[in-house]
Design a protein. Structure first.
Length: 202
């Protein structure tokens, strides 16, 4: 089976092979703070490698204000044109319905609108069923990005909602999907994957 590549070659080359912050910033055409890149160049290279290799989940850990959201923006900006990314910023009151609705609205504005409408012609399907079936049939690589992921966890650092846990497990089971999460405290065991399929970047 051919391995699906998520990151554009020019970013891999700039970050991994050249390994200089100035060159990496130039590849982004000046839209990136060089000082930020200097601080996280090694971590960027690690995230690129993980997404292009066997990792199903990439975890970005760090306390508030350390640049996790900026890091996520850089990663998603580095994706190949054929990769679809969906970003969701979790809050303490986020439900699975919130995520489904946001995902549905994003798809409705994308090139997948016709595929989504085709699912809508199937009678007696709820919105979440349409999305689940859509993901099952689509062959496009998807990257789900969840920011502030700690808001989905309980006091024991486990996923609070069983529905959300089941949805994550479903996403992980799909060969075309990878997950990128960022948060203050995230334990890899919640993803129920072998160690070599979860990459943690601090």
């Amino acid at each position: 089976m051919t391995k699906t590549l998520y990151i554009k070659e020019k970013y891999i080359d700039a970050c991994i092979n050249t390994n200089t912050a100035n060159h990496f910033a130039q590849v982004f055409e000046g839209s990136v703070d060089t000082a930020f890149i200097e601080s996280y160049l090694e971590e960027m290279a690690e995230s690129y490698k993980a997404l292009n290799d066997n990792s199903k989940v990439v975890v970005i850990k760090g306390i508030q204000g350390t640049g996790k959201s900026t890091f996520l923006d850089l990663v998603t900006a580095s994706l190949k044109e054929n990769v679809y990314s969906f970003y969701f910023n979790c809050s303490e009151i986020t439900t699975l319905d919130d995520i489904f609705f946001s995902f549905y609205m994003n798809l409705a504005k994308s090139n997948f609108r016709k595929d989504l409408e085709a699912q809508g012609k199937i009678k007696n399907q709820s919105m979440d069923e349409r999305l689940i079936n859509f993901l099952k049939k689509i062959k496009t690589p998807f990257l789900f990005v969840f920011d502030s992921f700690e808001n989905m966890l309980n006091e024991n650092s486990e996923i609070e909602s069983e529905e959300f846990q089941n949805f994550l497990s479903y996403l992980i089971s799909l060969p075309t999907v990878k997950i990128l999460v960022a948060g203050r405290v995230i334990f890899e065991k919640i993803f129920k994957l072998p160690e070599n399929e979860v990459c943690t970047i601090r």
